[in-house]
Design a protein around this ligand. Structure first.
Ligand code: SF4
Ligand code: SF4
Length: 364
């Protein structure tokens, strides 16, 4: 997360009225939410490929695009510990362990956790991650089990994931909407609800040069938007999301077009905020500024990825501090982000129960 930490301007203009920031946070529930989320403005993330192996192979996996998959694996625990200590020293406070399948190297995940207590792990959920590694666990789900078998070539995925992670407060499922699984989301939520598991949403974002068939169209984005809103209304105890998340991630424009991505890959010369601090380490513990973002090798035009939005949207505090609806929508987004990514953070009720357009754009 890279929200601005400077003092907010007291004069943020909307087209027909100028709001002072003090007016935007005048309502007690808004002020309370602002105070709650701003405590986390210290978070500074980087991401780490833990291994280049995976126990399955999915259609559309961005990890197995580009050069990063060929990096040599460094499995030296001491080297990882030194790297984490150096990361801490340069101001990193939050780690995302990913690519390809971190559960295959629990000893490396453990060292990261010992050195850096806040973080998240992206996993397919088929191999349990030991409970002493107290990061958020993001478990990817791409549809009902028949669809997972087809697109991920793995049997009984949801059943096995639930067996491994039910009643685990670290766990949250991440449902990736492709063009073809939109109407399967409810069946997945029902299965998760039976075990009181939480779920958030992701949108398939094509890797560069992807020639498969999972990409979204304007029609599938609209359908996804409707299904998300419906599920958010009917499963409020399971779904960790907000209306502004829906807008930001299902808009016909991708995240970069809407908000301007500040990751180094889109912003190679920036020496500010995320552009300065973010690194995406490969399995050999090297990183490349030109390629650094949380979803490298994703096509920026098509980027609607939940992990990208977490930084791209939350970083745009000033742009959203223009009127109460826009600001409260942003607060809902940040509250959602923190609940999805930070261990122990509980999401509050959404402040806004309708879709609000991103600043400068129409509603999708
Ligand atoms: S589980 Fe994740 S890393 Fe493994 S192939 Fe699928 S998308 Fe790629
Ligand atoms: S893929 Fe997304 S997060 Fe990465 S640089 Fe492009 S727009 Fe930014």
């Amino acid at each position: 997360m890279e929200p601005a930490t400077r003092i907010i301007s007291e004069n943020n203009r909307q087209s027909d009225k100028t709001y002072k920031f003090s007016e935007l946070i005048a309502a007690p529930e808004v002020k309370a939410r602002w105070e709650k989320v701003r405590k986390y403005f210290f978070l500074r993330e980087s991401t780490y490929d833990m291994t280049n192996r995976c126990n399955i192979r999915c259609n559309g996996c961005y990890y197995y695009e580009g050069e990063k998959q060929f990096a040599r694996e460094n499995r030296d625990i001491d080297a990882w510990r030194r790297m984490m200590q150096a990361e801490k020293a340069r101001g990193i406070t939050f780690v995302v362990l990913a690519g390809a399948e971190p559960s295959l190297v629990p000893e490396l995940c453990r060292v990261c956790h010992q050195e850096m207590p806040l973080g998240a792990i992206a996993t397919n959920g088929l191999k349990p991650i030991p409970t002493d590694i107290n990061y958020k666990i993001h478990i990817s789900v791409w549809g009902v089990d028949a669809t997972s078998l087809e697109t991920r070539n793995a049997k009984d995925m949801l059943r096995r994931q639930i067996e491994n992670y039910r009643q685990d407060p670290r766990a949250i499922w991440v449902y990736t909407f492709t063009r073809y699984n939109i109407n399967e989301a409810e069946a997945v939520i029902q299965s998760l609800a039976r075990h009181d598991c939480k779920l958030t949403f992701n949108i398939f974002s094509a890797p560069v040069g992807y020639s498969g068939d999972l990409n979204h169209t304007a029609q599938s984005l609209r359908q996804t938007r409707e299904v998300m809103a419906d599920l958010l209304a009917r499963y409020p105890d399971q779904v960790v999301y907000s209306h502004y998340n829906i807008v930001a991630h299902t808009h016909n424009h991708g995240l970069h077009h809407l908000f301007g991505c500040s990751y180094p890959r889109q912003n190679p010369s920036s020496d500010l905020g995320l552009g300065r601090s973010f690194r995406q380490y490969r399995t050999d513990l090297n990183w490349d500024r030109q390629a650094a973002c949380c979803v490298p090798d994703t096509d920026c035009v098509d980027c609607r990825h939940y992990a990208a939005g977490s930084a791209v949207v939350t970083a745009r505090l000033y742009r959203h501090a223009v009127d109460p609806e826009t600001f409260n929508s942003w607060l809902d987004y940040v509250d959602t982000y923190l609940a999805v990514w930070v261990t122990g953070y509980e999401k509050g009720p959404n402040l806004i129960s309708k879709m609000v357009a991103p600043p400068g754009f129409d509603l999708p």
